[in-house]
Design a protein around this ligand. Structure first.
Ligand SMILES: N[C@@H](CCC(=O)N[C@@H](CS)C(=O)NCC(=O)O)C(=O)O
Length: 219
């Protein structure tokens, strides 16, 4: 999906990378453009992430988390059935509070790193969804204020424990962190580095980079 294929700028793909790292599973990642979607035909749908594990093909970040726990039970992401069901709720809450503010600051960065073949599609599909032009929507200052508000409950949890899932990171952390890695690789950091969430992100980033090397960032 990008002019610079080394940039991973889907928050949902980031979730899966973090989950694979949690499980200690090595993986190959295939960069894609929006216009390459025919390459996803094998998955029976049109979105990333898609995980291919031998004969198994799983799409959707949550479904991939569940698959990984079922196929590779060591180091659970989710734990028991109730945690698995709760993840749906957590994901819906996260999707409604986090990306909106972040996107106001990131949408033009995203457009800038796309492969030119994807520019029209990205603009048309996102403008239709947003009900306005990308330029009208882009507003980093308002986005940052909106994000700060949205981060309050997460900061409150992280003020009392190192990870959203407790003493060690697990599924809730990666569901949220996908959006932070997304912003980070697009060259932004619309949160305060010394807030609880900022410290939490740095911890996850250091763990990721210790194993997979520096995250490539847009300048
Ligand atoms: N429910 C999916 C959402 C995935 C999703 O929205 N993927 C975006 C990239 S971030 C995508 O593939 N978009 C394709 C398009 O907009 O045409 C998940 O959590 O995996």
């Amino acid at each position: 999906m990008r002019r610079r294929p080394e940039l991973v700028f889907s928050p949902y793909c980031w979730r899966v990378r973090l989950a694979l790292l949690h499980k200690g599973l090595s993986f190959d990642s295939q960069p894609m453009r929006f216009s390459d979607r025919a390459k996803l035909a094998f998955s029976g749908q049109q979105m990333v992430p898609v995980l291919r594990d031998g004969e198994e093909v799983v799409s959707d970040s949550l479904a991939i988390f569940r698959y990984l726990d079922q196929r590779y039970p060591a180091k659970p992401l989710l734990g028991d059935a109730m945690s698995s069901a709760r993840l749906e709720l957590i994901d819906q809450l996260i999707r409604h509070i986090l990306p909106a503010g972040m996107l106001k600051g990131l949408v033009l960065n995203l457009h800038a790193v796309l492969d030119p073949a994807d520019h029209d599609y990205f603009r048309e599909s996102r403008e239709q969804r947003l009900g306005m032009t990308l330029e009208q929507f882009a507003d980093p200052v308002a986005g940052q204020a909106q994000l700060q508000q949205a981060l309050r409950p997460l900061d409150a949890v992280l003020a009392t424990q190192p990870y959203l899932d407790g003493a060690e990171p697990a599924a809730s952390d990666y569901l949220v962190a996908g959006f932070f890695f997304w912003a980070w690789c697009l060259g932004e950091q619309p949160w305060s580095g010394d807030s609880p969430i900022g410290v939490w992100f740095q911890r996850l980033l250091s763990q990721y980079e210790a194993q997979l090397g520096p995250v490539k960032r847009a300048v």
